[in-house]
Design a protein around this ligand. Structure first.
Ligand code: F6R
Length: 615
């Protein structure tokens, strides 16, 4: 978590860093700070709160001069969010200043050692320990900043993306990476540093993504020099041309990124299957799968590891793989999997799902699976992310940048990719009849226009949101393919509106949650025509007879649920395995509108961050 930005060149650094931090607020937003070198000294301003609060603090008279600077937007790990714990942090002499995304696990031991040597600390952070360790190395070993950073990082255990400069040498910034992302934008004798490329897209489309255990000395008038932190080996930089454009990371007329991303789903799903799904020819082409067909075909089981919404996509995939391709599947929370000594063999295929490609627990689960010899396949959205690089093969979701903290288009595009894989294997295994296979392909191709249709219920959903915005609890029920959608609907509501919500398999209701039902309990029931429809109707009757308020998500034209429910929201008809791609749309819109009506910060809900790079 945390976003970092830096600039060195001939422009004013402040606006570049400030705007860059605003774009990176998805990574954390409990405090922010910027340090600028004004030609004489470092001007440092930091505050608890958002980047907008930092801007206000600067505008009260703090100098914004300088063409060298670093900035940080924080998601607290060590030390509560307050002004003092905010980054950047000075070293004791005031010569060095640092920003850090990650965790130094052995900081307490190092801190005690530094205290013995006379260092004092203002904050509770691990980062202040690191900058003083670098200073101690510089003084003790009489080295330059770059070498001191390298020596210090060889002492620390943990994860980091750092940028540090020395006010006595204001023509260079030193950066390093292990575990947390770090991109260097290359301009015309100017350099940009950021957690992802979004802060510098309008200045340059040429960038280097540092790899783990690499560091770089970025000096004006010189090429960027990259080294391995451990053995000092020089590395040839891999310079990339970025395809991202600015419009993709802006709101484009929508009030919130979340709404924009909900509405982008028809396009995102199409982009995800474009070039892969050739429905009229009956072909699915996916190089990551095609090149590793033997692994998939001989898999004794598929293990899916993920967190949060991505885990819900994994649960949908479990139904798809088992139902269509007849391959046994287990879905695990990455955070549990990595610590429970799981049985993994070389005959397992592990699929890791992650929008950001940076989730620490998912990454650790991948490493564990690889160490046991399993073939690991990644389903990621962020191109070039750590998980995309760490996996043996993979398929991108092509959803475009997802900036709203609540995941929406990532979920539907993950399901799209996983469906393509399952259908491909189903065909090869002969587990689906030819006609069923072709029918699924045609239906998948139609999903974008059906999502478009589902989005038309938006105004109707706003009215439902108004009716229930003050409810204290919600239940979400679904069966089969739509049970994970119920979980996802509840998660969406919880995370952005702070209303307690539970997702349940509809039939489980009578084993406990039914006790919660009274006239104050809204219950969202996913009751599409093909998914155990008769059973769901009985569940609805059970709720009705206990006076619960029913919001039914139904197939277009359904009359049975309409007769029983307080409200219905229609989605177009499709094959059951694809129905989650449609039923999830009204649930996203419902949570969005309730949160907006309650005045919550939809794109940046409290306590959360978009990419969870700590365990
Ligand atoms: C929920 C949400 C989180 C993420 C989870 C995994 O809306 O965004 O639950 O799904 O943190 O993140 P990724 O997919 O980036 O690994």
């Amino acid at each position: 978590m945390c976003g970092i930005v830096g600039y060195i060149g001939n422009r004013e650094a402040y606006p570049i860093i400030l705007n860059g931090l605003k774009r990176l607020e998805y990574r954390g937003y409990d405090s922010a700070g910027i340090a600028l070198y004004d030609g004489n000294d470092i001007q440092l301003c930091k505050t608890k709160g958002k980047v907008a609060d930092l801007e206000t603090k600067f505008s009260a008279g703090i100098s914004t001069n300088g063409s060298l600077g670093i900035g940080h937007t924080r998601w607290a790990t060590h030390g509560v969010p307050n002004d003092v714990n905010s980054h950047p942090h000075y070293s004791n002499s005031g010569n060095l200043v640092i920003i850090h995304n990650g965790i130094i696990e052995n900081y307490e031991t190092i801190k005690q050692e530094l205290i013995k040597r006379g260092y004092t600390f203002k904050s509770d952070t691990d980062t202040e320990v690191l900058v003083n360790l670098i200073e101690e190395v510089m003084n003790h070993e009489d080295t330059k900043l770059g070498k001191a950073v390298q020596i210090a990082l060889n002492e620390v255990v943990g994860a980091y993306a750092i940028a540090v400069f020395d006010k006595r040498k204001p023509n260079e910034i030193v950066v390093a990476k292990l575990g947390s992302p770090l991109a260097i934008g290359l301009g015309n004798d100017e350099f940009f540093i950021a957690s992802d490329a979004s802060p510098f897209l309008e200045y340059t489309k040429t960038a280097i993504y540092l790899k783990d255990e690499e560091m770089a000395v970025i000096r004006l008038g010189r090429d960027v020099k990259i080294r391995k932190i451990k053995d000092d080996q020089l590395v040839d930089p891999y310079i990339q041309r970025l395809k991202l454009n600015l419009e993709q990371i802006e709101k484009g007329g929508y009030d919130h990124f979340m709404l924009k991303e909900i509405y982008e789903q028809p396009h995102a799903i199409k982009d995800t299957y474009r070039g892969r799904l050739l429905a009229n020819k009956g072909i699915i082409k996916m190089s990551g799968v095609d090149d590793n067909l033997e692994k998939f075909m001989n898999a004794q089981r598929i293990l899916i590891v993920a967190c949060g919404t991505s885990w819900h996509a994994g649960l949908v995939a479990e139904y798809i793989f088992e139902d269509l391709a007849r391959i046994p599947v287990e879905v695990e929370y990455a955070s549990e999997f990595r610590y429970r000594n799981p049985i993994i063999t070389e005959k397992d295929v592990v699929i890791a799902i992650s929008q950001s490609g940076e989730t620490a627990d998912t990454l650790a689960a991948i490493k564990l699976a690889k160490s046991k010899g399993a073939f690991v396949f990644g389903v990621c959205n962020v191109v070039g992310s750590t998980i995309a690089r760490e996996t043996d093969a993979g398929a991108y979701t092509h959803a475009g940048p997802e900036i709203g903290v609540a995941s929406t288009k990532a979920f539907t595009t993950q399901i799209t990719v996983l469906t393509l894989i399952a259908l491909k294997l189903a065909k090869l295994k002969g587990s689906l009849s030819q006609s069923d296979y072709h029918y699924h392909l045609q239906e998948l191709e139609l999903i974008p226009q059906k999502v478009e249709q589902a989005l038309k219920s938006d105004v109707h959903i706003q009215m439902i949101a108004e009716t229930y915005m003050n409810a204290r609890n919600f239940l979400y029920l679904g069966r089969g393919y739509n049970f994970p959608v119920a979980l996802e609907g509840a998660l969406k509501l919880k995370e952005i509106s702070y209303i307690h919500a539970e997702g349940y398999p509809a039939a489980e209701m009578k084993h406990g949650p039914i006790a919660l039902i009274d006239e104050n309990m809204p219950i969202v029931v996913i009751a599409t025509k093909k998914g155990h429809y008769e059973k769901i109707l009985s569940n609805i009757q059970e709720i009705k007879s206990r006076s619960g308020k029913i919001i039914g998500i139904v197939t277009e034209g359904d009359e049975n649920v309409r007769d029983l429910a307080d409200h219905v929201i229609e989605v177009p008809e499709t094959v059951e395995s694809l129905s989650p791609l449609l039923t999830t749309i009204p649930l996203q819109l419902l949570s969005y509108h309730i949160a907006v009506m309650l005045g919550k910060n939809v794109d940046q809900p409290r306590n959360l961050a978009k990419s969870v790079t700590v365990e």
